[in-house]
Design a binder for this molecule. Sequence first.
Ligand code: 13P
Length: 257
Amino acid sequence: MRRPIIAGNWKMSKTGPEGAALAVGVAKAIGDIAGRRADVVLCPPFTALQAVAGALAGSAVKLGAQNVHWEKEGPYTGEVSPAMLRAIGCAYAIVGHSERRQYFGETDEGVNKRTRAAVGFGLTPIVCVGERLEERKAGRTGEVVTRQVRAALAGLTPEEVRQLVMAYEPVWAIGTGVAATAGDAQEVAGLIRKLLAETAGGDAAAQVRIQYGGSVKPENIADFMALPDVDGALVGGASLKADSFAAIVTAGAAAER
Ligand code: 13P
């Protein structure tokens, strides 16, 4: 049985003080769910990590970053290293989000380097994959996701694959209010688990949590959590308010699975 994992990706929202207030609100609203019935992760922008880490002290809610570089330190202007993220209290890092791929030129190869470095430094990567609308319309969803997953996992041992969290985020569902249907989400999550098994064996694949992301709300989280290969959610817009994120965590942790 895989423990549900619900993560909030705040994207480019919230200053330090705003983030600390939101984190306190989330921790209070979800009570003892975090760490007991679900893993709960908040991913603020880099500039709010310190403040949110302080606000989460003593809570089982975990801290995550929205990206991570592959080197420990060095001449990489604008990047943040896995060691720095560990030092500030991060346990997770999102890797390969479609907004990074789409607007900042991140490649499958870079996603692989970031994933390997995160694991190597003891961060749990949340590895994002997903097709664009035109790819889905052209019937290329399976091909695109297969390429992204194989590339992201290249060179990882089965022991390392076991430690990953995967996120299926169809690009057309992000921020649009139009979530994937349960059928589409299960089809791709099932494919991801099959690819994990090919790379790392059935045992490891059975342990990896797979999130769905894209217009997740309190009203639809239970539909996704009921799917056999979906174990959680990566939440954007609805994670920016304590009450809606807490409602997703509560419903997600309680869903029949
Ligand atoms: P929304 O929940 O706003 O659609 O964003 C999803 C997402 O991109 C999370 O990483």
